[in-house]
Design a protein around this ligand. Sequence first.
Ligand code: SF4
Length: 307
Amino acid sequence: MRILLQFPEGLKQKALEHAKKLEKDGNEVFISASPTFGACDLALDEARDLKAEKLVHFGHAEFHHVDFNVEYVNYEIDAPLNLLPESLDRLREYVRIGIITTIQHIHQLEAVKKFYEDNGKKVIVGKPYGFAKMQGQILGCDIGSAATIDSKVDAFVYFGGGIFHPLGAVLATTKPFFVIEPFQGVIERFDSYRELYGKKRRAKILGSVDAKRIGILLTTKNGQHNMALATILKKRIEKAGMSAGILVANTFDFDSLNNMMEFDAFVNTACPRISIDDIDRTRKPLLSANELMEVIKIKEELGRIKA
Ligand code: SF4
């Protein structure tokens, strides 16, 4: 069988190892070298161009249904649990603890839950409400497992590597938020990101109030493509007396966006995390759709455009 393998950046180092295993079984194997951000970003065009019969996507669970033979390999990682006893001291004033993690460690969530329960905590694991599939699982764009239990917990514990996933969750919740990073061996309090990103958000909204030309980012990535939203935003921008262009790319290159100097601001319809994580990478403000609506509302209140 002709197979295309796709790995997220952190797992690309394992690509040849997996390719060789599949080749031994008689398959013809290719490896996608394109950047991969999630299961929203399946290498379907590459697979079809190669006439592959299957795409094997590592590191993420299914995100959306596609009309192609895709096998998802979750790639579970056993992280050390040795920081849990130390975290008890940091959590001593909180009784009801919400715990969350990523697909890589979801198989360890039960052990984390049991540890805290054995140590007198009431542990709550939330349900995902969007693209995530498992209780307690979060994605960069689906923090439902945290947001749905915000009112029921005294504090959150995120267990897992990196800053990307807990950042989305901390911004969508209000309670003390602890990150147990088992690979770096640190326990960190993340609450300060709420104020930092709140300030950045206000700055980009206010920085867009005089905008006259808006660039709308529309990606061709299969799970992020949102033509309907891009079209609605274009109409809304034009109704508000500004002009708009829909800018199309698979992966947006921020140097190229910065070369598009005629635009006064950008609005994102692709991965929602772009307008959070990448806001310092464009010279002009990079807004979410909701932030654009706030800009238009402020313009109306200031009398710069008719409501
Ligand atoms: S956060 Fe962005 S890259 Fe990650 S799954 Fe969601 S849309 Fe895809």
